[in-house]
Design a protein around this ligand. Sequence first.
Ligand SMILES: Cc1cc2nc3c(=O)[nH]c(=O)nc-3n(C[C@H](O)[C@H](O)[C@H](O)COP(=O)(O)O)c2cc1C
Length: 367
Amino acid sequence: MNNIDDRLVFRRGLALKNRVVMAPMTTKMSFFDGVVTTDELQYYALRSGEVGAVITAAANVQANGKGWEGELGVYDDKFIPGLSKLSSAIKKNGTKAILQIFHGGRMTNSTVLRGESTVSPSAIPAERPGSETPRELADFEIVELIEDFKKATERAIKAGFDGVELHGANTYLIQQFFSPHSNRREDEWGGTMERRFKFINDLVDGVTEIVDDSEVSNFIVGYRFSPEEYENPGIRFADTLYLVDKLADKPLDYLHISLNDFNRVSVSDDFKEHSMLKYVHEKINGRVPLIGVGDVRTRTDAEEVLKNAEIVAVGRALIIDPHWTNKVLSGQEQLIRRELSQFDREELIIENGLWAFLEGMMPDRLI
Ligand SMILES: Cc1cc2nc3c(=O)[nH]c(=O)nc-3n(C[C@H](O)[C@H](O)[C@H](O)COP(=O)(O)O)c2cc1C
């Protein structure tokens, strides 16, 4: 088992002081144009200093990648000053700052995009109420998209971040390329599983090359993925093991599975024996560190995750108690705050957008 207190040194030389990272969580606190707000800086600063790294909320790499109001932007140089403040707010007491970068693809709408249509590999709407039919991306736009992920990475470097995480999870555009539901293309970007992987392959190569050609020496690149989809057709767990196998041979610093429960078992009959986290860890077989996540509330939970991962990500528990990590590491778990009330919101800097999200995601922990 990996010890929660141990340091970890990534492939590109960056060191984490312990094995706990803050999971990427949308704050919905940025200005409507994507610029970071003072409240948002304080929200992160409050939760930094104890964890090994903070992975920020998703930031959109193109204007039409914006998924919701209050999202961070990284699609233009104008965001660099605000992002510099964000990395400084996070980088205290040795905590590293990782910017999650993404594009919403078909999982947004023309209201958020101010009248523009959403885009995706194919013109297939998502299977959720109110979904709009996206416009199919042209070949040259796919090449531009990869360029824009590279530019976003350069901006993260300029803004003083220690790394970027490519958000290939939670049904957004990177995942939409791999999914047989959203990607029905018959050109080089779609068709077989190998061809549906091409976008991810070229994206990871492009971003890691930018980093290795840059002047910074220990900037890291991670990749987040979701293990399966419920749509038919959709990504099955066997497809994810293919993806993980490919990614583990890439020059990435870590892989990060997206789960709401670290014990979750696949819906596929072929993989019922262990948790998906364990299968993924076995598939990686030490080639690259894995971040596990999903409803970690106690030290015991974190240690369970660290049996099948090198790093544990903690999300909601850190929203509720910003000092969760020190309380766990110093054996004072009885002091952890486990529920939230309206009256805690000011102290914990939880604005309306995030509160509404939490009402949907953890009603059992709101009092
Ligand atoms: C309010 C909220 C916002 C989230 N936003 C993101 C996000 O921007 N990017 C992402 O990859 N995951 C996002 N997630 C998922 C979390 O990273 C994490 O996987 C999930 O909350 C399970 O971990 P937990 O039980 O420790 O909270 C979000 C979760 C919550 C609760």
